[in-house]
Design a protein around this ligand. Sequence first.
Ligand SMILES: [Fe+2]
Length: 409
Amino acid sequence: MPHYRSVGEIPRKRHTQFRRPDGGLYAEELMGVEGFSSDSALLYHRNLPTAIVNAETVADHGRDTAPNLPLKPRHFRTQDLKWEDVDTVDAVTGRRLLFANADVAICFVTASAPSPLYRNAFGDELLYVQAGAAVVETIYGALPVAAGDYVVLPTSTTYRVVPSPGVGARQDAGAGVPQDEVRLLVLEATGHVGPPRRYLAARGQFLEHAPYCERDLRAPAQPLIAEDATDVPVLVRHRAGLTRFTYAHHPFDVVGWDGCLYPWAFNIRDFEPITGRIHQPPPVHQTFEGPNFVVCSFCPRKVDYHPLAVPVPYNHANVDSDELMFYVGGNYEARKGSGIGLGSMSLHPSGCTHGPQPGAVEASLGTDYFDETAVMVDTFRPLQLAAAAQECEDPSYAWSWSKGGLNQN
Ligand SMILES: [Fe+2]
């Protein structure tokens, strides 16, 4: 994030002596992206953040993917995904890869147990809380999150997710989910994720036409210091796979930090939809940009108000992108009759034209409000399918516009 923040205790001048109550020096750590040439944060640890006592390779299961063949529109039901022992599933080791390309891995998890300490050294992670609540504990502090929250975790931020029923101010979305579960869409980027550049001033402030701004963002407000422990495992995802480090001390020992690089959260209900007299194109819903992908939020909104407006989208060919839509709330008018429900994901790849289901255009005429919430990920390179996607696929979706088809499987 480009916005300066200061939390906890820090010395008045950077890179100067800063002493603990026992007289020893705090250990200063710079977290900086793009090789000291972009945003950074300075963190002050009680113990050396470099002190590791062991490193071991960890098997990385379920990461194989296959091409989207035959090419066709697809529908997946994350609500049908199964985990073996649901009480022990956590938001890091339990995440199941659904889709991936060279730019982003897209995973889903229904977590009930606290995750191990973890960081992704490959790129930023973007979590979307479909339902439930959790505390995302990080070296910068804690972020309570609940349904509708996006969470941006900068590359190499050590964190863990603790499902925590009752946290977060907004518990209304996600009804029907067991109290101790949190359902997360997880994007593992291979670079940095942030607000669309066109919504930012040269120095990073949100512009007036942006659909959200600084007041909508949340970030850690105080340090999070764990009781000290020795030999603490931290799982690290990197280009080659997974490694488990063992740290001499617990990494949550930061007494203060400042800078412009830190985890932050934004709730989808704080996204202010941009509407018009006639249908507005998907970029008005854009919320984040990442390396070769964008994330858009489709929120409840007044729809097109031209007297002859057609509120649902026109048929469209995404010439340069694969379009993954995750349906998380309300009723998605354009998809009525397709079998899509809450928790579904549709994948409309480049090479196909897609649009409203038969009858949806006529049915939408005269509508002035859509009660729908969906998160869209558009990737500029084709997505491949992982085993978990194939496991929860509805094979009939591709033929739902023609009400039949030669091939019903
Ligand atoms: Fe579309």
